[in-house]
Design a protein around this ligand. Structure first.
Ligand code: NAP
Ligand code: MG
Length: 402
């Protein structure tokens, strides 16, 4: 069989631990036998990030902007324990944070639904897509510990030297401070990414924040969404029978639980971080959540929403069998391959990606699955496979489909 040719490379961002192991299995078993894979490779494994003073992360994000499509493996975000474990020069920042800051744009996360994995919330019959704003707020904040009494103020110095001041607090004791920001152009592109994605996937859009408490910061988000919706998208939404509405974040949480799914829930950066983990778990498994960062100028970075599955990796290193779910990482690859095919007019590549997705879902629905799904699947006939066994079972289905 001839392998499917590619014209433009995909930016490949390799990562850490168990997901790095799975990354190679997926390429060797599910992609390279069928596709003449062209990638520009960046090793975002923690050791190499440390060796390059994290330059490799920045370079990979610029490459994603150059080529338009990237696929990323999960990576370690170092904490004190990791600094010791890897003997790091510095506690490097989260690669995802660095990449998001460079590409800007919005992260869309949606669960992969399969028969036998029933959401904990019985009325969720359709996927809920979370749109997470990918810039600023607490992820780009400056923090301070104050040791004792004193006055904290917010000071803005305009270019002409004019100062605007707001009292934060007159401290009578030790405490903590945080200064954070966002940018109107970033909020505007967030809004447009959400409206465009809603139109292209024909789903309603919800947006929520805490504007009753945050009367300037969160309220600006609300106003920008409202203005852009009315000016640029209202007519198109009405034509397609779609709705956009704004509500308070606490009201949104209550409505989401009562809903049947099938819409996009736009969230500020932190809300999106937290709520996407909650939704992934409630839909069945963290390992079944896909994630794509869409930049306002139309660049895409695909990844799994879960981490590097550290506990499984230590078992793997001891030579013990593992049953780690590769599905979200497979879907990161298929998302990137399908998008590359779409942009290059390479229909064979896009079709291959769809076949790989279907073969993956068919494998689980036939009763073959990894341990995380085995625990929660309601199928009567089911079998727990090891990591590589499961990938080989998908390959068998894929070979039949090709
Ligand atoms: P994690 O890797 O997401 O795993 C947490 C737990 O969820 C696992 O121990 C496992 O449960 C289960 N799980 C997650 N993915 C799974 C899969 N594919 N198959 C089966 N089970 C799965 O989070 P973590 O252990 O808290 O973090 C590990 C590292 O990942 C950290 O260094 C963190 O910085 C990094 N991280 C990276 C990203 C990213 O790059 N996007 C995102 C989050 C975290 P059991 O152990 O009970 O089986
Ligand atoms: Mg998170």
């Amino acid at each position: 069989m001839d392998r499917i040719p590619m014209t433009t490379p995909i930016v490949e961002m390799d990562g850490d631990e168990m997901t790095r192991v799975i990354w190679k299995f997926i390429k060797d078993e599910l992609i390279c036998p069928f596709v003449d894979l062209k990638t520009e490779y960046y090793d975002l494994g923690l050791k190499h990030r440390d060796e390059t003073d994290d330059k490799v992360t920045v370079d990979s994000a610029h490459a994603a902007q150059k080529y338009g499509v990237a696929v990323k493996c999960a990576t370690i975000t170092p904490n004190a324990a990791r600094v010791e474990e890897y003997n790091l020069k510095e506690m490097w920042k989260s690669p995802n944070g660095t990449i998001r800051a460079i590409m800007d744009g919005t992260v869309f996360r949606a669960p992969i639904l399969v028969k036998g994995i029933e959401p904990y919330v019985k009325n969720w019959v359709k996927p809920i897509t979370i749109a997470r704003h990918a810039y600023g707020d607490v992820y780009k904040a400056t923090e301070m510990k104050v040791e004792g009494p004193g006055r904290a103020e917010l000071v803005f110095t305009a270019e002409d030297g004019t100062e605007t001041r707001e009292l934060i607090h007159d401290f009578k004791s030790a405490g903590v401070l945080q200064g954070m920001h966002n940018l109107n152009p970033s909020i505007e592109s967030f809004a447009r990414c959400c409206f465009n994605y809603a139109i292209s996937t024909k789903q309603d859009l919800w947006f929520a924040s805490k504007d009753t408490i945050s009367k300037k910061y969160d309220h600006t988000f609300k106003d920008i969404f409202e203005e852009i919706y009315n000016k640029e998208y209202k007519a198109k939404f009405e034509e397609l029978g779609l709705t956009y509405f704004y509500t308070l974040i606490d009201d949104a949480v209550a409505r989401v639980i009562r809903s049947e799914g099938g819409y996009i829930w736009a969230c500020k950066n932190y809300d999106g971080d937290v709520m996407s983990d909650m939704l992934a778990t409630a839909f069945g498994s963290l390992a079944m959540m896909t994630s794509v960062l869409v930049s306002p100028d139309g660049n895409f970075e695909y990844e799994a929403a879960h981490g590097t599955v550290q506990r499984h990796y230590y078992k793997y290193l001891e030579g013990k069998p593992t049953s780690t779910n590769p599905i979200a990482t497979i879907f990161a690859w298929t998302g990137a391959l399908a998008k590359r095919g779409e942009l290059d007019g390479n229909a064979a590549l896009t079709e291959f990606a769809k076949k790989l997705e279907k073969s993956t879902i068919d494998t689980v629905e036939s009763g073959k699955m990894t341990g995380d799904l085995y625990l929660i699947s309601t199928l009567e006939k089911k079998e727990k496979l090891e990591t590589l066994e499961f990938i080989k079972a998908i390959r068998e289905n894929l070979e039949k489909a090709m």
